[in-house]
Design a protein around this ligand. Structure first.
Ligand SMILES: C[S@@+](CC[C@H](N)C(=O)[O-])C[C@H]1O[C@@H](n2cnc3c(N)ncnc32)[C@H](O)[C@@H]1O
Length: 276
C-alpha cells in the first residue's frame, strides 16, 4: 500500500491516548522483561521510537537511572504533550520527547539502545527503518522491539467463544485494511535478519484474564471504540454489529459462561546486540 493511503488504525483522540496508557499497564511486565533481557542498565542513553504517551520510555528511564537518559520520538505532537506532563508528574528528569517521523529525523549516533513497542507495525518498510536506526547506535549497541502478533491471534478460534472469535477477526482485518503490517510480530525475526543485524533473541507472551472485575473487558471495548470509525469506513463491521456500549459486558459474560479466559493480542519481542 502506498504511504499516503495508510491511516493510523487507532485514531488520535484524547480517549485513544487514555486507552493507550491503560493498555500499557496490561503489557508492563512483558515490556519490563524485554528491556531487562535486552540488557538496559544504569547510565545508558536510549532512543524510544513511536513513544506515544511515554510508557516504554518511562520503563527505560527507571532502568537507566539518573545517570542515563531516554529520548522518545513520536510523529504525533499532541500525544507528546501528555508524555511530557506524565514525565514531570513522575519526577523523571532523564526523559525528553521530540516530535517527528522516525524515518526522517536527524538524530545523534551515540545511543546505547534503540527500543520500540507497537510501532514497526505502522511503518512502510521496517527492514529499512531498523537498518537506519542501527546507524544511531554505538558499537555494541542494543536493538529491542515488541510487536503484536495478530495473525495466529485471529486464527485461535474456539467454538465456545464466538464473540471473541469475531472481535479478533475484525481487529486483524482493520489493521490490514488501514495499511498496518498485520504480521509484524512474527516478522520481527526476519526483519532483524534482512536488515543485516545479528539474529535476535525472541519471546512470545500475552496478557490474559478471567476474573469478572478484570480491566481487560473494558480495555477491549475501548480498543474497538478507537477502531470503530475505520471498521465502518472499510465496511468490516457496523456500529450496530459492534454495539460498543454493551461490548465489555458481553465479553465478560462469554468468559464467565465458557470459563475460557480472555486473551489479549500476544506480543513478540526481539532483541539483539551489535558487534563491539
Ligand atoms: C500503538 S502506539 C504505541 C506507543 C508506545 N510505544 C506504547 O507502546 O505505549 C504507536 C505510536 O507510534 C507513533 N508512530 C507511528 N508511526 C511513526 C513514525 N513513522 N514516526 C514516529 N512515530 C510514529 C504513533 O504516533 C503512536 O503514538
Amino acid at each position: 500500500m502506498a504511504d499516503n493511503q495508510r491511516t493510523y488504525t487507532m485514531g488520535r483522540s484524547k480517549e485513544e491516548t487514555e486507552r493507550l496508557i491503560q493498555q500499557a499497564g496490561l503489557y508492563e511486565d512483558i515490556t519490563g522483561q524485554l528491556l531487562r533481557d535486552a540488557g538496559l542498565f544504569t547510565g545508558m542513553k536510549v532512543l524510544d521510537i513511536g513513544s506515544g504517551a511515554g510508557d516504554v520510555a518511562f520503563a527505560a528511564a527507571e532502568l537507566v537511572g539518573s545517570e542515563g537518559e531516554v529520548l522518545g520520538v513520536d510523529m504525533n505532537p499532541e500525544i507528546l504533550e501528555t508524555a511530557r506532563t506524565r514525565a514531570e508528574a513522575a519526577g523523571l528528569a532523564n526523559v525528553q520527547f521530540v516530535a517527528g517521523d522516525v524515518q526522517a529525523l536527524d538524530l545523534p549516533n551515540d545511543f546505547d539502545a534503540v527500543i520500540g513497542r507497537m510501532v514497526l507495525v505502522y511503518l512502510p518498510d521496517p527492514v529499512a527503518t531498523l537498518k537506519q536506526l542501527a546507524t544511531h547506535l554505538r558499537p555494541g549497541g542494543i536493538l529491542a522491539f515488541q510487536e503484536a502478533e495478530l495473525l495466529t491471534y485471529s486464527s485461535m478460534t474456539r467454538p465456545e467463544i464466538p464473540m471473541m472469535n469475531q472481535l479478533a477477526e475484525w481487529g486483524a482485518e482493520v489493521f490490514r485494511c488501514s495499511g498496518a503490517h498485520v504480521g509484524m510480530g512474527l516478522d520481527l525475526y526476519g526483519t532483524f535478519v534482512d536488515a543485516g543485524l545479528p539474529e535476535p533473541s525472541l519471546q512470545y507472551a500475552a496478557p490474559m484474564g478471567g476474573p469478572e472485575a478484570w480491566i481487560g473487558y473494558q480495555l477491549m471495548e475501548s480498543a474497538f471504540r478507537s477502531m470503530l470509525p475505520l471498521l465502518e469506513r472499510f465496511g468490516i463491521a457496523t456500529a450496530e454489529e459492534v454495539d460498543l456500549d454493551t461490548l465489555a459486558a458481553r465479553i465478560r459474560a462469554e468468559v464467565v459462561a465458557s470459563k475460557r479466559p480472555l486473551i489479549f493480542p500476544p506480543h513478540i519481542t526481539a532483541w539483539a546486540q551489535l558487534p563491539t
